[in-house]
Each structure stands twice: as C-alpha cells, then as structure tokens.
Design a protein around this ligand. Structure first.
Ligand code: ZN
Length: 359
C-alpha cells in the first residue's frame, strides 16, 4: 500500500500524506460505510463531509462502523436539509458512535492516543507551526502552565502581548531557557545558505534556511551573527550559487564528504520529498559493492530512509545525474518523471553590457 501511494504522489500532484488520506477514506467508505458512499453517488454528500464522518468513525470496529452507517442513512432520510451540513453531520455521527459502542469509549481514547505526535509545518514569512497532538487533559495542563508563566512575565512588566509571551514561553521551555525572560533564540544546528556578499551585508539577496526555503538576508545575518547560535553558515559563491565554505576547517574526510553532499542536496533527492538532508541516509548512487561506485561527492546523494528503501522496491527505477542535479524516476505505474534540483541560490546574471540593445 505504501509504495502504491508513493507512485500516486506525482500523479495526484499532492503530498504523500494527502494521497494516503484519500486512499484511507476511499477504502473506509467502500468497506465500512456503503450507504454513505451511495449518498455521495447521488450527489447528496460531498467529499469533505464524508471524510469527516470517516474520521469520526475511524476508531470503531468494522461491524460498529457499518451500524453507524446504517443508522446515519436512516436518520438523514428523515432529517431536515441543514442536517447534511458537515458540522451537523459530524455531531450526529459522534452521538451514533457513542450509541453503538457505549462501552468502547475508554478503548477508543487509548487507540486515538496511539496517534499522538509532534509535527512541524512551515508557513509563510519565516513563521512555522509546531503542532502537538496529545491527550486532551495533558494538552490542557500544558496550556495552563504556559499561560500562567506568560501572565507572570506580563506582571513583571514585559511589553509583549499574551500571544507573543505564550509562544516565547513554549520555545524557552523546549529549548531549556528561562521561560519568557527574553525573546527566544535557537540553539540548534541548522544550515543557513548565504551568498558571501549577503554575509558581509553588502547585498540584500536572500539566504536559504534548510528545510524551509528562502529567508530575507537580514534574518540570515542575524542568525549567523548570534553568539549563542550553533547554526552553521554555508557561504555560497554569488556567481554560481554553489556552496564554497562550510564555515569550519577540519573534519574527518568521510564526515566532510557526507556534510558537503548534504549541504549540496539539502533535501532527499526524490522530487516530492522535503526531508532535510541531515536527517537522510547517505546513498551511493552507483552501489559501492556491486557496481564499484566510488565514495565521492559525485556518487553520494541524500535519500531519506523511506526513499532509500524504495530504491530496491519492485517496479521503481531511478537515475540521478549528480553533476547536473537531474533525477529521473520511473514509478511502478510506468510513468517517468524528470526533475532538476534548483541551485542553492539563484546565480546572479553577468553584469550587462551598457552598450548592448535593451532586448
Ligand atoms: Zn525522501
């Protein structure tokens, strides 16, 4: 199933999570909620509402899910039109879930809690969301503590808003600083790609934050200049956009090579994967043992664990032309995609000849 979903990612032009969600919803509708599916067929329920119903019934056994499906269809047949709105539908389904499986609440909560997680979602304007999904009472207790620390700081005379203070307190608690005392600063190793002239404050062309994308030059300089920072500067040649200096001079040769490769690739080589290269495996494009592939920068690429395994999964073939940063990948559906990775920074055009015609 996982590799099938993977092959649909470029077909759908959507993320793997999206494709897996679609497959899961489709399978659940066909096997567990046939009457809801036929209501979709009749154009009475649209995809979003149906997918919410599938979410709410996801923790039920197949038998109980079919019971909810049947009760829901009966209820809808007699209900007012407003009942079909997704929000109302979901509320009705929650009640039906408790009705068909009243003793299963504790078990459902335990099952749902198996999916607790932390996700990092990059947003716009150099802002990202750190989302934690956990048991409600734990989340509520965490929020209460963050809120009380923020209020304490406000009483101490801090000018920041409550929202700002709460966000700062969360960051400080996670980073091990005094919560909310100052605006938090990162102390993690993150590569900031930057042209030499931006580092020297003579150009306003942007920098690149690993795993996020472009950030303004001023923020890149601020991060690089912070004495507490362990962010690694990666100086790039403004003419070619290629990395020229890792900001440190001595490594073991293998570590140097691996690091240079990671700095160059930045992400897993699979075009729809954005796993930062520092969390990826070091892959020999031509295999070291079988094909005499050298351990050199021209033969090493970054592949996340999943896509490293995919290399040997049936039906998948890929070829990475390291020199031209061009990956050709064929999926088990027989479709081939070719992707050329962008240069780390956009190379600057040659200075134009003032006497040349304007076009
Ligand atoms: Zn990957």
């Amino acid at each position: 199933m996982a590799w099938f979903a993977e092959s649909l990612v470029p077909e759908y032009r959507a993320s793997r999570e999206f494709v897996l969600g679609r497959i899961h919803t489709a399978v659940s509708l066909v096997s567990r909620m046939p009457r809801l599916l036929s209501l979709m067929d009749d154009g009475k329920v649209e995809y979003y509402a149906a997918s919410r119903v599938v979410d709410v019934t996801g923790v039920l056994s197949d038998e109980h899910a079919r019971e909810v499906d049947s009760l829901l269809a009966d209820k809808l047949a007699a209900a007012a039109e407003t009942m079909w709105l997704p929000h109302n539908l979901v509320r009705a389904v929650r009640r039906l879930v408790d009705k068909v499986d009243p003793t299963g609440r504790v078990e459902r909560a335990a099952k749902a809690n198996n999916d607790r997680k932390v996700t990092l979602e990059h947003g716009e304007n150099c802002q990202s969301r750190l989302v934690t999904t956990m048991r409600s009472e734990v989340a509520a207790a965490c929020y209460a503590r963050v809120d009380s620390l923020a209020r304490q700081r406000k009483r101490d005379g801090h000018k920041r808003t409550y929202d700002q203070l709460r966000a700062d307190v969360v960051a400080d608690l996670l980073l091990g600083n005094d919560p909310g005392a100052t605006t938090p600063e990162a102390s993690a190793v993150v590569y900031v790609h930057m042209p030499v002239d931006t580092a020297l404050s003579i150009s306003e062309s942007g920098a690149e934050l690993d795993g996020y994308g472009p950030i303004p030059g001023a923020i890149g300089r601020e991060i690089a200049a912070n004495p507490k920072s362990i962010w690694r500067k990666v100086l790039c040649d403004p003419a070619t956009g290629d990395p020229v200096d890792l900001g440190r001079s001595r490594y073991r040769p293998t570590a140097t090579l691996r690091e240079a490769m990671r700095v160059r690739d930045r992400e897993c080589v699979i075009p729809w994967c954005h796993r930062p290269a520092r969390h990826c495996d070091t892959d020999h494009e031509r295999e070291w043992a079988r094909d005499n592939g050298p351990t050199s920068l021209t033969n090493l690429t970054a592949r996340c664990r999943r896509h490293h395994r995919m290399k040997h999964a049936p039906g998948w073939t890929s070829r990475y032309d390291v020199a031209r940063a061009r990956l050709s990948i064929t999926t088990p559906l027989g479709r081939t995609y070719t992707h050329t990775r962008d240069a780390i920074l956009t190379p600057k055009p040659e200075p134009s000849d003032p006497d040349a015609p304007p076009f």
